[in-house]
Design a protein around this ligand. Structure first.
Ligand code: MTE
Ligand code: MO
Length: 281
């Protein structure tokens, strides 16, 4: 968002931040059910996850965030109290011994080094829940202007459909094949639980024509949450300042947009995947 649209007050996400692994652990809903949480009498409640073991950058002694109880209790939402990743105990930096994993949702709710789960009537009061990770409206164009919008803007949960061109990268020099084509590889992610991604189109001429990428991984049985890795062979002319864009469509029909909306924190970018300044020789 910073490099393609306008300066933001936020982190450099580059193409986006992503985690895609096999998580294992009890479902949060089973734990809450065992604890006697009665959803019917708790409409509109939230579940807060907290970690008091590690302070945050800004000095608060804990980290936390919440999701709606409805999501926590929905079977298909697959919210996990994760103990393992890719068949191993969680690595220390990814939350050992236990973390929350809320698939399809902004990573900030997946609290690491978890030490408390609270069902409560209000959303988390944590700084990062109230004053970060929100898609502020475009009028909130600096920190001062944002002040009046934090309280009325909902916390970010659902992540949008996305695709990323990983090979080649911006600035690369690439050699054309004898057939006049190059190979493009990347990944694509669906909007929240509306996956898998069913189509990725790759274009070298601003979308006037496109090529469909073939799925490399997985070959079959795509999870609704997981990314797909793809490869496309596309025609391109020799020359400098060449651009390759990618556009994903998921099972729910969500498509990446040509005109993503800027927001101050630079979150939830849903514009096309893009690499620029390619030198094709
Ligand atoms: N305790 C704790 N959990 C946390 C955070 C944190 O700062 N402290 N950062 C969150 C954010 S913003 C993200 S994006 C993910 C990153 O998870 P990862 O380090 O496993 O990639 O952890 C989340 N959980
Ligand atoms: Mo994050």
């Amino acid at each position: 968002m910073r490099t393609l649209l306008k300066e933001v007050d936020g982190l450099d996400w580059f193409e986006g931040a992503v985690m895609n692994c096999i998580w294992k652990g009890p479902k949060l809903r089973d734990i809450l059910n065992r604890a006697g949480v009665d959803v019917k009498n708790m409409k509109g409640s939230h579940v807060e996850f907290a970690c008091h073991k590690v302070p945050i950058q800004e000095g608060a002694s804990w980290y936390g965030g919440s999701i709606e109880l409805e999501r926590a209790m929905r079977d298909g939402a697959d919210v996990l109290v994760a103990l393992e990743t890719n068949g191993e105990p969680l690595p220390m930096k990814h939350g050992y011994p236990v973390r929350i994993v809320v698939p399809g949702v902004s990573g900030c709710r997946s609290v690491k080094w978890l030490d408390r789960i609270t069902v409560q009537s209000e959303e988390s009061k944590h700084l990062y829940h109230r004053f970060d990770y929100k898609i502020l409206p475009p009028q909130a164009n600096d920190k001062e202007a944002a002040k009046q919008y934090w309280h009325v803007t909902p916390a970010l949960h659902d992540m949008p459909v996305n695709s990323v061109v990983a090979i080649p990268q911006t600035g690369d020099e690439i050699k054309l094949s004898t057939a006049g084509t190059i190979e493009v590889k990347g990944y694509a992610l669906p909007k929240v639980d509306q996956g898998p991604v069913v189509k990725v189109e790759v274009s070298t001429n601003d979308g006037r024509t496109g090529e469909r990428g073939d799925i490399l991984i997985p070959k079959e049985g795509q999870s609704k949450w997981a990314w797909t890795l793809r490869k496309a062979t596309i025609r391109i002319d020799k020359g400098s300042k060449k651009r390759v864009i990618s556009r994903a469509t998921d099972k729910g029909g969500n498509v990446q947009t040509d005109k993503p909306q800027w927001n101050l924190r630079g979150v939830a970018y849903d514009g096309f995947g893009e690499v620029r300044d390619l030198l094709v020789v």
